[in-house]
Ligand binder design. Structure first.
Ligand code: HEM
Length: 406
């Protein structure tokens, strides 16, 4: 906490009353707990106990990772899993037998996975890549910093000390979900999901030992759902808002790829929404009570936007444009919580230009109607996306063995 500037703390504190996007009426900390009323009848399982997901974690993976960490075998496991990269690939020899048994089971596709829908989703991801990458990359990243539980977990876990590497690892995951062969034998989505499930279980064990960690066991099923909604649900809502034409078959397929992903990440079937209606209802119930400002979130946002502005081409994308794109994506309320500065020029131009760019891309307006400033935004966007897509190639997801160093 010592590294957080006074300015960051002031910004996050001062934003407590902000209202705005995402249906959030007041920040997470200021609200009394709400009852979980979302029904398992709206889930892919169709039924279930209906337990509040705030008090459910991952009963298969959690004790296993605690035991592996206590036995000191994680460095060896990471080494063995380094080259485990393709969905069809057998597990490497030499893994502890309890881990091997778990992984053999965890890597299996759910019985309801629909190959045709997954193929369709892959095509949709390709054709709508620009919007999806924007929403799931920078959009999801900035939203995550306005989720107190997530911002604190990320900040105080090992990866919090090296955000560049963390962004790279997360984009590796995003890249796997969005790629054409995501769930084909040669793809890597199953691998990245199972590795991430192991990482999360390790974090649940480790963070509770951090002197900075206060509160319950981290990364509950509800936390997982919240983050999940900042990915497909947020992206679908944004694309609808931008009037991107999407057929029902495509939107169903896109949901499906994320239902399978949720399952492989260890989200219980009774919580995975069966259709968009159920997804929106669940998102509206849990996002408001889980979003708000934190000093950690402000700091992480600053690092994220600073990285984008530094590492993409300086000629085409500046920090003010980065700030404005982030604000445009996540809305004023979240941007204020995250301490993103207002940008008088770009904050005004972006909302005018973006819809034009979308309409041009969708073939709805001809070129002469798209003004020059729009192309700067378009180019910035390309740089943004390139940044996210290439970062991931430099690293692999590994199970942490410690928290953020003091
Ligand atoms: C790690 C994705 C939910 C906290 C990771 C990684 C991925 C990932 C790909 C591995 C990359 C890395 O190690 O940095 C996801 C997805 C989620 C989700 C797709 C939901 C759909 C959450 C939630 C929290 C969380 C809800 C906390 C409340 C963390 C932390 C790490 C991590 C602390 C480890 C960072 C480290 O190694 O220090 N997640 N995550 N994640 N995730 Fe998640």
């Amino acid at each position: 906490m010592a590294r957080l500037s006074r300015r960051s703390a002031l910004i996050s504190g001062g934003a407590l009353g902000a209202l705005g996007a995402l249906g959030t009426s007041s920040p997470a900390q200021a609200r009394s707990p709400l009852r979980w009323t979302w029904q398992p009848s709206g889930s892919v399982a169709g039924s279930g106990a209906g337990a509040d997901p705030r008090w459910v974690w991952d009963e298969e993976a959690d004790p296993l990772l605690a035991s592996l960490l206590d036995r000191g075998v994680i460095p060896k496991v990471n080494e063995l899993l380094w080259n485990w990269e393709r969905n069809e690939q057998a597990l490497p020899a030499g893994l502890p037998s309890d881990l091997r048994d778990f992984m053999e089971h965890a890597r299996r596709m759910p019985p309801w996975a629909d190959k045709n829908k997954l193929e369709r989703a892959a095509e949709f991801n390709k054709s709508r890549g620009i919007y999806l990458n924007l929403c799931n990359g920078p959009g999801g990243g900035i939203l995550a910093t306005a989720i107190p539980n997530e911002a604190r977990s990320v900040y105080y876990s090992a990866g919090g000390a090296d955000m560049e590497d963390r962004v790279a690892k997360t984009s590796l995951f995003g890249f796997a979900v969005g790629s054409l062969d995501a769930y084909r034998p040669g793809g890597s989505c199953v691998i990245e999901c199972v590795k991430t499930r192991l990482v999360h279980a390790a974090v649940r064990h480790l963070l509770q030992q951090s002197p900075h960690w206060k509160g319950d066991i981290p990364i509950s099923q509800e936390d997982m759902l919240v983050t999940w909604h900042t990915l497909p649900t947020f992206a679908m809502r944004k694309m609808r808002e931008w009037n991107v034409p999407i057929s029902k078959a495509d939107s169903d397929a896109y949901l499906h790829v994320w239902q399978v992903t949720a399952y492989l990440l260890g989200i219980k079937e009774e919580y995975i929404p069966a259709d968009w209606e159920a997804a929106y209802a669940q998102s509206d119930q849990i996002l408001p009570r889980n979003m708000g400002p934190t000093p950690e979130g402000v700091k992480l946002t600053d690092i994220l936007l600073g990285q984008l502005a530094e590492q993409t081409s300086p000629a085409s994308i500046s920090r003010p444009l980065c700030n404005a794109l982030a604000r445009y994506l996540v809305g004023d309320q979240v941007a204020d919580w995250d301490g993103i500065p207002r940008e008088p020029v770009w904050d005004r131009l972006l909302p005018q230009m973006w819809p034009l760019l979308v309409r041009f891309r969708e073939g709805l307006v001809p070129l002469p109607l798209v003004p020059e400033a729009a192309w700067t935004i378009d180019e910035a966007l390309r740089q943004y996306i390139l940044f996210y897509l290439t970062k991931g190639k430099e690293t692999k997801i590994e199970i942490p063995t410690h928290n953020r160093p003091e």
